[in-house]
Design a protein around this ligand. Sequence first.
Ligand code: GLV
Length: 319
Amino acid sequence: MKSKIYITRKLPDYIIKKYEEKYEITMWNQAETPVPRDVLLKEVADADALFSTLSEEINDELFEVGKNLKVVSNLAVGFDNIDLKAAHKYGVPVTNTPDVLTETTADLTFALLMATARRLIEGSKCIEENKWENWAPFMLAGTDVHHKTIGIVGMGRIGEAVAKRAKGFNMNIIYHNRSRKADFEIAVEADYYDFDELIEEADFVVSLLPLTNETKEKFNKAVFKKMKNSAIFINVSRGGVVNEGDLYNALVSEEIRAAGLDVFADEPIQNDHPLVSLDNVVALPHIGSASVETREKMINLCFDNIDAVLSGKKPLTEI
Ligand code: GLV
């Protein structure tokens, strides 16, 4: 009998086809809407492997029902949706998708930084709304990126890839991380700063922090207050690392200049979210790793992890 893999989103047939001969594959029937919890719990009851996304909470309740589960393969590098203690308790390895999305997410981070600094979305809206009447010296004048100081908070693989891009723009690179990275510091001429020093010094504060109990709402009123009034805050990690009310107030009271946000505390957000009402916010719907090439690589890695475990081997990228 074939082992059953349950996938929590509809994936394209051309990808699934490759695995159907070997596995019984059952999928939630929609690509853009998460599987309802009751359906998920029913499906994992007889599944050998769960292919999940960041929309599902993988916790005690799920492992309790999924008695046959041998692996959970999560389509993301972040894993704050997974209770690792519970996984450990039930002896189920959990995998994520590091490396394959690093460069793509760094591209998006830099694109968001530039779009925010140079007011690209406002410029595009200006034409869409037929408001471009004349050229004017300071019309939509933003702020420079080159030769400014970028402060990267959370220096993992994506942070390093962002720093390389910043170096190409002749930026001064400073970073904060739990541990220092000597080789990286030399390679991109980056300086290690304490968190408080970094937020006071940086023109662009870029959050690449994973969401944990320690990082929850790390960017709050006191932190925004310490930033330069000209600072631009970029978040591409998890919305939960920011107190969104405090960020809103900091933007409205011009304590900081602007924010570029790919992630929000409670996703998905709608256009009535207070931050979206601000012209100096560029908001994106969590698309950091969303290139076709990278999403295919992430999906293949999820399957490779499942295949390894179900074939009695070690997973490739266990958390
Ligand atoms: C996306 O946010 C991821 O963690 O891969």
